[in-house]
Design a protein around this ligand. Structure first.
Ligand SMILES: [Zn+2]
Ligand SMILES: [Zn+2]
Length: 165
């Protein structure tokens, strides 16, 4: 049997290359020009189907199957491309790591003050040290903490200004 099993289960949307308004489920010919309809592929990659266990959210597979923990059939879940990485989370993660990268030398510098004999003082003058700490800490506080400042400011406003009842 050379029958393609895909044609029987083809539930993709087909459209005419000449008439984009023509849409139908499954292959066929355009009712306006008779051309063979083509599957609408361009819209598909935006959506991704994942298979998840209804009981175990951590079980995510890219194909159907059974949960390795409880053996339940995995349920399909459509993930749109935009949902995959929340931009706010990505921004916060970037802020966190850059802030952390700036904070580590800052902590190291302040720890150095507790080393007996203060070896750092012989390398850098205290004046320079203060400047280094200021330069390192300012972006962390202003930029790294900016989302927190804006939120704190909003909550202060809400707190001071009595809400009209
Ligand atoms: Zn057509
Ligand atoms: Zn499970």
């Amino acid at each position: 049997m050379a029958t393609h099993s895909s044609t029987a289960t083809d539930t993709r949307t087909y459209t005419c290359p000449m008439h984009p308004e023509v849409r139908q489920i499954g292959p066929g010919n355009c009712p306006k020009c008779g051309m063979a309809l083509e599957p609408v592929e361009a819209e598909q990659p935006k959506e991704k189907v994942e298979y998840v266990c209804p009981m175990h959210a951590q079980i995510v597979r890219d194909r159907p199957g059974n949960c390795p923990i409880c053996g339940m059939a995995l349920e399909p879940r459509t993930v749109t491309a935009g949902e995959e990485g929340s931009p706010e989370l990505a921004d916060m993660t970037r802020r966190f790591w850059i802030s952390a990268a700036l904070t580590i030398p800052l902590v190291a510098l302040s720890m150095a003050e507790y080393i007996p004999g203060r070896p750092l003082d012989r390398l850098i003058s205290r004046q320079v040290l203060v400047w280094i700490q200021l330069i390192l800490s300012t972006p962390v506080i202003v930029w790294g903490g900016w989302p927190f400042f804006t939120r704190a400011w909003v909550s202060v406003i809400v707190w001071i200004v009595p809400s009209p009842l």
